[in-house]
Design a protein around this ligand. Sequence first.
Ligand code: PAF
Length: 284
Amino acid sequence: METLTTTAALRERVRAQRAQGKRIAFVPTMGNLHAGHLQLVRHAKTMAECVVVSIFVNPMQFGPNEDFASYPRTRDADKAVLQDEAADLLFMPDVQEIYAGGDVGRVTRVEVPGFEGDLCGQFRPGFFTGIATVVTGLFNRVQPDCAVFGEKDYQQLVMIKRMVRDLCMPIEVHGVATMREADGLAMSSRNGYLDTAQRARAVRLYQVLCEVKAGLEAGRRYVDVLEQQAMGHLAAAGFNPDYVSIREQDSLKVPNPQATQLIVLAAARLGTTRLIDNVKISIA
Ligand code: PAF
């Protein structure tokens, strides 16, 4: 695996792979890789002969009071696991390389309508625009045939699919199911912030979402009631919930009564750590 830090070097290596007739799959990450990320790399390997992984902690998607400075940066360990997974190219640019001159505040932004102000967008202003902007820049650098994202960040996945469609980017976007710890907690780099007591309680987030799923599957259709009950259960378990919301799976719209493919999404804080998760629901 070769590690590249400049767009010029990356483009040259990708061009050489293409010249050999290889398809290019891309896995964008912010590093601190865990088994969930490795699952994305493995999926990418089934899609293409050349897998490019990027590690870039994107300042544009962090709010002023969020954890950009403390976000775990584990470059050497990340490189070692990607080497083991036999990724082909690792792109590790710095901020200057991604945002011309390093001036994050003055670069062109990409905003996908409907995401700022809804669900996570309501609690993290600028978050989705930061993601859409950096992913567009990364896509333009790598020019992959396909890109792989985790379903844990479900709103991100839906937004990227929409962006690719709206801007006619010639890239297939694949979602990969969330990897969970043995107790059910969704794997996340931010789980490392939890202390022992918080870690023991954290699984309740997944359990509460599964309870909502069970309620819907049992025929309970009062979405608002289910959401409010779930918020109450999270609060009782020591969380400070931002939202629990039942939506249509593909569009993330508030469900109409006929919808059968649903998803329940939640974000909740344990202490200062904000966790997100979601569970898909299929009702007859
Ligand atoms: O999911 C992530 O890790 C990030 O949001 C992404 C897609 C790498 C963009 O910074």
